[in-house]
Design a protein around this ligand. Structure first.
Ligand SMILES: NC(=O)c1ccc[n+]([C@@H]2O[C@H](COP(=O)([O-])OP(=O)(O)OC[C@H]3O[C@@H](n4cnc5c(N)ncnc54)[C@H](O)[C@@H]3O)[C@@H](O)[C@H]2O)c1
Ligand SMILES: N[C@@H](CCO)C(=O)O
Ligand code: NA
Length: 433
C-alpha cells in the first residue's frame, strides 16, 4: 500500500518528541497500520537539537506543508491562535487530515474547525490536547460511549500540579518551580495560561463537550488559578488532613452543567490527592461503569508525542474511509444540546477560609457571628500566630456545605470587620474526586 505522508509543523517540545517517536518506532507503527508512515516534511522556525532531520526536508514556512500535495496529514504543533487556525483551515480546505495538540485553539475555535472538517470529509484529531499522554479523549469518546456520564473531575495541568507538589513537599518558592517547569518543556508559551487556570479550562471545556454532548463553551466556564495559593495554605490544609490540588470539574445537574476550574482541598486519603508532580488524572463517574480513574503524564515531550502519534496511526488506518472515524466531539453535530452552563454562585460545597486578623480577644467571636448570621456551620477552626510579638494571626476555618453566593456575602462582611487585615483566602473543598 502507498505510504502515509506526514508534515510536522513546529519542531519544539511536542514536535521534536513526535519526530523522534515516529522515527524510532517506525517498524511497529507500520505493523499496526499496515502501511508505512513517513515524515515527508518538517516546517519550523527554530530547529531542535534533539532531532536528526538530516534525511528530512525542512522549511521555515508552515504553509508550505498545508499546500504540499504529497502530504496526507498535517500535524500542527506551533501553538497559539491566529496562525495555527489559519494553518489548520488551509490544510482542511486542501483535503488534508489534521492532528493537533492545541487545546487553546480547539476549546475556543473547535466548533468552527470541526464544521470545516466535516464539510471537507477530513479528520481533525486532538488526543494530545487534553492531559498530554493520557488517552482521555479516546476513553471518553469511544471507551465510555455506552454511558450516561454524571460528572468528571481532574488534575489537568501538569505545570500547576508540579508547582503545587514542589511547594508543598519541598517548600520551594513558586517562581523557582515555575522556571523549572518551563525548562522541562511543561509550561505553555505564556505560563500565565498554566498558573491562572486558563489551560486547564481549555481542557475541561473539551472534556465536558465530549462527556455531555454540548458545544464547546470556553467563555462560559469559571476559571481560577493557583497563583493565590500560599505555602501557608498548603500547610494549614495538611494540618486539617487535606491536600490542595488544582481541579477541573464538570457535572450534570437538573439545572444545567457545572464547568469550573479552581484550586480545591481534597481529603488526603483520596486517590486524586496523591497525584503528584507533572502527573495528571481524570476521574469519570458514569451510569454503567460507576467510576474510572486515569493517571499519567500530563505534559512533556514524548508523553505528549505518544498521543500525537496515536492520532496519526488512527488516521492512517482510516485514510480511505475517514467517515468511519468517531465524530470529533463524540456526538453527531445535530445531536449536540446547548445545555446551560451554571454560574459558580450556584455551586454548593464546604469552604476553607484563611483570614488574617488583629490578634485580640473577641476576634473569633466576631468572625463566627458573621458566619452564624449566614447560617454557615464551622466544621474546624484553628488560629496560628503570624510571628512572635506580632499582634497578627491567621484564623483558618473549614465550613460545612454552603452555596457559593451565600459564602461570598459572608466573606464580604468578614472583610469589612475592623479586625480583618486583608482579603480572605477562599478555597473550595471537594471530596468527590
Ligand atoms: N509542552 C507540552 O508538554 C505540551 C503538552 C500538550 C500540548 N501542548 C501543546 O502543543 C503545542 C506546542 O507546544 P510546545 O510545548 O511544543 O511549544 P514549543 O514552543 O516548544 O514549540 C513550538 C515550535 O513551533 C515553532 N513555531 C511557532 N510558530 C511558528 C511559525 N509561525 N512558523 C514556523 N514555526 C513556528 C517554534 O519555532 C517551535 O519550534 C501547543 O499548542 C501546546 O499547547 C504542549
Ligand atoms: N502546559 C500544559 C501542557 C500540557 O497540556 C501543562 O502543563 O499541562
Ligand atoms: Na490525551
Amino acid at each position: 500500500m502507498k505510504p502515509v505522508k506526514v508534515g510536522i509543523c513546529g519542531l519544539g517540545t511536542v514536535g521534536g518528541g513526535t519526530f523522534n517517536v515516529l522515527t524510532r518506532n517506525t517498524d511497529s507503527i507500520t505493523a499496526r497500520t499496515g502501511r508505512q508512515v513517513i515524515i515527508e516534511q518538517v516546517a519550523t522556525r527554530r530547529g531542535n537539537p534533539a532531532c536528526d532531520t538530516s534525511q528530512t526536508p525542512v522549511t521555515t514556512d508552515i504553509f508550505d506543508v498545508a499546500q504540499n500535495p504529497d502530504i496526507d496529514i498535517l500535524v500542527e504543533l506551533i501553538g497559539g491562535y491566529d496562525v495555527a487556525k489559519d494553518l489548520i483551515l488551509t490544510a482542511i480546505n486542501n483535503g488534508k487530515h489534521v492532528v493537533t495538540a492545541n487545546k487553546a485553539l480547539i476549546a475556543e475555535h473547535g466548533n468552527e474547525i470541526f464544521k470545516a472538517a466535516r464539510e471537507n470529509n477530513v479528520i481533525v484529531a486532538y488526543e494530545a490536547a487534553v492531559a498530554g499522554g493520557i488517552p482521555v479523549i479516546k476513553t471518553l469518546r469511544e471507551g465510555l460511549a455506552a454511558n450516561d456520564i454524571n460528572w468528571l473531575a481532574g488534575i489537568i495541568n501538569g505545570t500547576g500540579n508540579f508547582i503545587l507538589t514542589e511547594m508543598g513537599d519541598k517548600n520551594r518558592p513558586f517562581e523557582d518551580v515555575l522556571q523549572e517547569a518551563q525548562e522541562l518543556g511543561y509550561a505553555e508559551a505564556d505560563p500565565t495560561f498554566d498558573v491562572e487556570g486558563i489551560d486547564a479550562c481549555h481542557k475541561l471545556t473539551i472534556m465536558a463537550s465530549i462527556a455531555f454532548g454540548i458545544p464547546l463553551q470556553f467563555n462560559k466556564a469559571f476559571t481560577e488559578g493557583i497563583s493565590q495559593v500560599t505555602p501557608g495554605d498548603i500547610q494549614y490544609a495538611e494540618d486539617f488532613g487535606y491536600r490542595i490540588k488544582h481541579l477541573g470539574i464538570s457535572r450534570k445537574t437538573e439545572q444545567g452543567i457545572e464547568l469550573r476550574v479552581h484550586p480545591a482541598l481534597i481529603p488526603a486519603d483520596r486517590p486524586m490527592a496523591n497525584i503528584n508532580g507533572v502527573l495528571n488524572s481524570v476521574v469519570i463517574n458514569a451510569d454503567a461503569i460507576g467510576e474510572t480513574m486515569l493517571v499519567g503524564p500530563g505534559a512533556g515531550s514524548e508523553p505528549t508525542a505518544s498521543s500525537v502519534v496515536a492520532d496519526i496511526i488512527d488516521i492512517a488506518r482510516n485514510l480511505e474511509t475517514p467517515a468511519s472515524m468517531p465524530f470529533p466531539l463524540g456526538f453527531h453535530s445535530d445531536s449536540m444540546q446547548p445545555t446551560e452552563v451554571l454560574s459558580v454562585d450556584d455551586v454548593e460545597c464546604p469552604y476553607y477560609l484563611r483570614i488574617h486578623v488583629d490578634d485580640h480577644p473577641g476576634v473569633i467571636r466576631a468572625l463566627s457571628s458573621v458566619l452564624d448570621e449566614y447560617n454557615i456551620n464551622i466544621s474546624a477552626l484553628t488560629q496560628k500566630a503570624a510571628r512572635e510579638h506580632d499582634r497578627h494571626a491567621d484564623v483558618v476555618i473549614l465550613t460545612e456545605t454552603v452555596k457559593e453566593a451565600v459564602m461570598k456575602q459572608a466573606v464580604k462582611k468578614i472583610e469589612a470587620l475592623e479586625e480583618v487585615q486583608s482579603r480572605v483566602a477562599l478555597i473550595r473543598v471537594e471530596a468527590m474526586a
